[in-house]
Design a protein. Structure first.
Lengths: 245, 222
């Protein structure tokens, strides 16, 4: 590997990484909004809108992003909807991500037991209060692991943006390989930059998964747990002489 | 209108289906390789040897964290540079998707094994089952039940991911569409809309049918 080539390519890949990250984050932000709307429509069983959301989720989950991008970027202009590459990339990612986020949020909302909502109602809370103080805090907790998994998934999916002539990491790598044949250096930098983007999110995801995986129902803090254990041990000690010899 | 007619001109319809066939063939081959490989890796991951577990973890996490397109580039361009192999796009994609599928599958296997409650093992033991009998009659049937819907989902993901092979020059459904659109540039300038819409629908059908099937099984067995 040639260090000089690496140094020369570094700023190119740096810019490309910023583009990947920027478009990715914009797409993810939009897909969160889409996902929230869709999951709320499904949770409150809004008529008509619910069927539309259902169809949208099926369409978006069962087609690859590359095909969606091709359709948006090359197909839609023919019927008069023109988009520039960046808008197309963000829109495609939001179209794909919206359904994944909706499923993540919905799983969280569904995990809130009905009795909690009923109890809130019997305590005189209105619908909004119930949602903000009872449903939301529990739903967020359950949704966090699938949510981070989706963020990683969507960041990975940005790699197909090069198909609609966005100068992202893949595009830069392919371009440099084609122009100068410095394959080793280009591929090395490609992997390194994707690791820089994805590894922290992935580690965070693993952490969240451990932290929230038992959905926290009836979970007590470590302090209380150890106190309970200590207490139990003491009781056992007291009982022990009578049981043993 | 919108170039829908182009799809049915000459052999275009069959060519598009053939293009989808190429993509499906790659996914089918990759699935056939990755499921047994993934099961072996998953069982090893659920095992107790810390050295094997650590090595596998790094390897599998690397494959799962990298975008599949990067892996395709690594195999397609990287092997040529490093060892002078001249792999075709199809062979590289089968290699990459088998590796990726095995990594995903191993994670599913590990997860399903871990999801079996400990008391199942203990009850079997207290009923006098030997360890092999426990695995044969109690653990494996339950794991398979959990695994089948998950594996079908993996297959639909595989089908979706194989659309990427376009980027390393495999002639699949998108490449065929591009050729058709180019060839009809003069007679049907709007063909891109119709043809890409058709490809969208094709992929939807190819993924929707297995995912419905998986959902049914999941409901039936849970």
């Amino acid at each position: 590997m040639d260090i000089q080539v690496l140094q020369e390519y570094l700023p190119l890949f740096g810019n490309a990484a910023l583009l990947t990250l920027g478009l990715g984050l914009a797409g993810i932000a939009l897909s969160i909004v889409t996902g929230l709307i869709c999951s709320l429509v499904q949770y409150y069983k809004v008529p008509v809108a619910r069927q539309i959301v259902r169809i949208y989720i099926e369409l978006s989950r069962n087609t690859p992003l590359l095909i969606q991008l091709f359709f948006i970027y090359y197909g839609l202009p023919k019927i008069g909807i023109k988009t520039d590459p960046a808008v197309c990339g963000i829109a495609g990612l939001a179209f794909l991500g919206g359904s994944y986020m909706a499923e993540a949020f919905r799983s969280g909302l569904d995990a809130v037991e009905k009795i909690h909502v009923e109890s809130a109602k019997s305590l005189g809370m209105n619908k909004l209060q119930t949602f903000i103080y009872v449903v939301l805090p529990q739903a967020v907790r359950t949704s966090i692991p699938p949510f981070t998994a989706n963020v990683i998934f969507l960041l990975k999916e940005t790699s197909v943006f090069s198909a609609v002539s966005l100068m992202d990491l893949m595009f830069t790598a392919k371009d440099l390989i084609g122009l100068y044949y410095n394959t080793t250096e280009s591929l090395f930098l490609l992997v390194i930059f994707y690791l820089i983007i994805l590894l922290p999110v992935s580690l965070l995801g693993t952490y969240f998964e451990h932290r929230f995986s038992n959905s926290g129902k009836g979970q007590v803090s470590k302090k209380t747990q150890s106190a309970v254990k200590k207490n139990r041990r003491n009781t056992e000690k007291e009982v022990a002489p009578n049981v043993g010899n | 209108m919108w170039g829908i007619e182009v799809i049915f001109k000459g052999k275009n319809f069959l060519r598009l289906l053939g293009g989808l066939g190429t993509a499906l063939e790659i996914s089918a081959t990759a699935v056939l390789i990755s499921i047994p490989l993934g099961i072996i890796l998953g069982v090893l991951m659920a095992g107790k040897n810390p050295v094997i577990k650590a090595i596998l973890r790094v390897y599998l996490d690397f494959i799962r964290i990298m975008p599949q397109l990067v892996l395709l580039f690594l195999v397609f361009f990287g092997t040529t540079k490093a060892w002078g192999w001249d792999l075709s796009g199809e062979v590289s994609s089968v290699i990459v998707f088998s590796m990726w599928g095995a990594a995903e599958m191993s994670d599913l296997v590990r997860g399903s094994l871990a999801a079996i409650p400990k008391h199942q093992y203990e009850s079997a033991q207290s009923l006098g089952f030997t360890p092999i009998q426990t695995k044969m009659y109690i653990i494996i049937p339950q794991t398979i039940r959990r695994l089948i819907p998950l594996s079908i989902n993996l297959i639909t993901r595989m089908i979706k991911t194989t659309s990427l092979v376009l980027m390393i020059g495999v002639v699949e459904v998108l490449k065929v569409s591009q050729q058709i659109i180019e060839a009809n540039r003069m007679t049907a300038p709007d063909a891109a809309f119709g043809v890409y819409l058709f490809v969208f629908v094709l992929y939807f059908i190819a993924c929707f049918i297995p995912s419905i099937f998986a959902r049914k099984l999941e409901k039936k067995w849970s």
